[in-house]
Design a protein around this ligand. Structure first.
Ligand SMILES: [Zn+2]
Length: 304
């Protein structure tokens, strides 16, 4: 009886603490069991040859063809993702890795590509990404060999076509929308999350261009989106609904900040007071909404 701290009067103080400790231990064990491994490779449902490589919270698409592999972002900033990425590819095919395509210029996605370069891969990126990489000169970022200079370029390999579309400035001035026309899948990074507001203060984002870009992406023919980060619950792919939700969020945010700016409430009052309850279930809503508001205050107050 006393062993569980239960008396005729109920659970004793000691018993409650003991029970709490047992429950905490059980929860910790569950959390440990649910912690995902550092990296994993997933074949996209319903495809023969399209995969997602995830390392930590970042993910990249790769496409396997008989003539070789088209890989994307090395996601290896200060961590050994590229080695794991290559090993995962080589478990699937012995065909060479022919291409590495950068999604955009941000180093958390594109650093650490040297192991791919050493294997002879050709690196491709939008011309603005190449220019930025040459400017910053980070020794850990491989300079692209080839560029996307217009609004579209196709990579064709082993019977697969991958379109590299440029829809203008949005999350950066170098973002590509990679589309597999046959599979109706797109891979585009950091600006169309699966249920999430924009990251922090939307550094390097272009307003209002990002809204036009979203409209162009929504108008394209595709069913599934592979984003650069998994969504809530580790969800790895999204749908056109997520792109529509992001456009609606930015339009609502923009309208709310425009109103606040016209009333002289930017920055502090707007950052404190603007709420968009429609989106409050998105996991980063509380942390990042005020910073998103700050970015739109820059736009409406200062035109930047
Ligand atoms: Zn980015």
């Amino acid at each position: 009886m006393a062993r569980f701290g239960v008396t005729r009067l109920g659970v004793t103080r000691f018993g409650i603490l003991g029970l709490a400790a047992v429950m905490a231990a059980a929860l910790a064990a569950t959390a440990q069991a649910q912690t995902p491994p550092p990296f994993a490779t997933t074949k996209v449902d319903g495809t023969e040859n399209v995969y997602i490589f995830r390392f930590g919270g970042h993910q990249s698409m790769f496409v396997v063809t008989p003539a070789g592999v088209i890989a994307t972002d090395p996601i290896s900033l200060r961590r050994p993702a590229a080695k794991a990425y290559i090993e995962e590819i080589e478990k699937i095919t012995k065909a060479p890795i022919r291409y590495v395509i950068y999604s955009h210029s941000h180093f958390d996605h594109i650093a650490g590509g040297k192991p791919f370069k050493d294997k002879g891969a050709v690196f491709v990126a939008h011309q603005n990404a190449r220019a930025r990489i040459l400017q910053v000169k980070d020794p850990d970022v491989v300079v692209p060999d080839q560029m996307v200079t217009g609004t579209k370029r196709n990579i064709t390999l082993g019977g697969t076509t991958l379109e590299l579309n440029y829809v203008g400035k949005n999350h950066s001035d170098s973002t590509l929308v990679m589309r597999l026309p046959k599979e109706k899948i797109i891979f585009t990074v950091d600006w169309i999350p699966i249920n999430g507001v924009q990251f922090r203060g939307m550094a390097d984002n272009y307003l209002p261009d990002i809204e036009d870009g979203l409209k162009k992406v929504i108008a394209m023919d595709w069913d599934r989106l592979i984003p650069g980060h998994a969504g809530p619950g580790g969800r790895q792919t999204g749908t056109k609904e997520h792109a529509r939700d992001m456009l609606a969020y930015l339009q609502d945010l923009s309208a709310a900040v425009k109103q606040a700016a016209s009333e002289g409430k930017c920055y502090a009052d707007a950052m404190r007071d603007i709420k968009l309850p429609k989106y409050e279930s998105w996991p980063n809503y509380n942390n990042f909404l005020p910073m998103n508001v700050e970015r739109y205050c820059d736009y409406y107050n200062r035109g930047i």
